[in-house]
Design a protein around this ligand. Sequence first.
Ligand code: ADP
Ligand code: NA
Length: 328
Amino acid sequence: TSRPRVLSGIQPTAGSFHLGNYLGAVRQWVALQESHDAFYCVVDLHAITVEQDPKTLRQNSRVSAAQLLALGIDPERSALFVQSHVPEHAQLGWVMQCLTGFGEAGRMTQFKDKSARQTADHVGVGLFTYPILQAADILLYQTQFVPVGEDQRQHLELTRDLAQRFNKRYGKTFRVPEAYIVKDTAKIYDLQDPAAKMSKSVPAGMVELLEDPKRSAKKIRSAVTDAGREVVFDVVEKPGVSNLLTIYSALTGRAVPELEADYAGRGYGDLKKDLGEVFTEFVTPVQARVAAYLDDPAELDKVLARGAERAREVASVTLARAYERIGF
Ligand code: ADP
Ligand code: NA
């Protein structure tokens, strides 16, 4: 195919995706399938950089895959797979580790942030080398574009450096990937603290796709809003209301000014109540599709096996070429 190749991954650690994962990432993955040759993976190798319960991890990987399918990833068009089913990730990961400087890895700010809260003996080396495995994930597929948020920019730079270093040392082997800046991707903020991004590490202000929608609606109703009463998009003065408008607009496809006009003369309460209903309407069929996939484990296994097979067709060729160049 001549369509540009994209690759992206999502961790299965939480089980349920949150609204930020969907509006900031998965929704764009679904759109990219139309125009790109897409590889999407549930990155369970990355998940074990922190301790995981085996049963929970296995289940969460399936639940993550089921959510991707339910949200619109089409396994006929995209290769949807679980990272550990494709052993080439770990194999190329080792090669890339040997190519990375210790100081270079040490400059990754996400590691510094994540490890800062723990003592050195409680931080696995895997958390330190995680961006290097991520580089292998990307390079294995000769990926042209990687949809990345701000927090992943430095990791993509590392990937590019490693590709160039390998190519220079051993001859051209890897395509040097580029960041894909997704248009109208929404950054979603915490409902209780609209200064912070919605994140699975702060459950209180997070809306989960797989929780009871009644609970979500309640969280939305009790979202922190701002002084004043007018429903106006203003990220500085009204970050809470603006966040709700962003979500509302993303879920309905209605432009923010149109929503502002709609709520003129009405208060925050109406906005929150309606958004709870909008979310419920969106998520109810999604949950039903997730349940259907989870109720038919054989079918889900088949989809994931086919995805892994497609991934391996590409990954094994890249790995073999790299191994040959290295002298294996
Ligand atoms: P978390 O930040 O909750 O740990 P992940 O790091 O697993 O979530 O994020 C998976 C994907 O979802 C990434 O592409 C990330 O950029 C996106 N994402 C996560 N949180 C948000 C958010 N609040 N708004 C927009 N996108 C987000
Ligand atoms: Na994150």
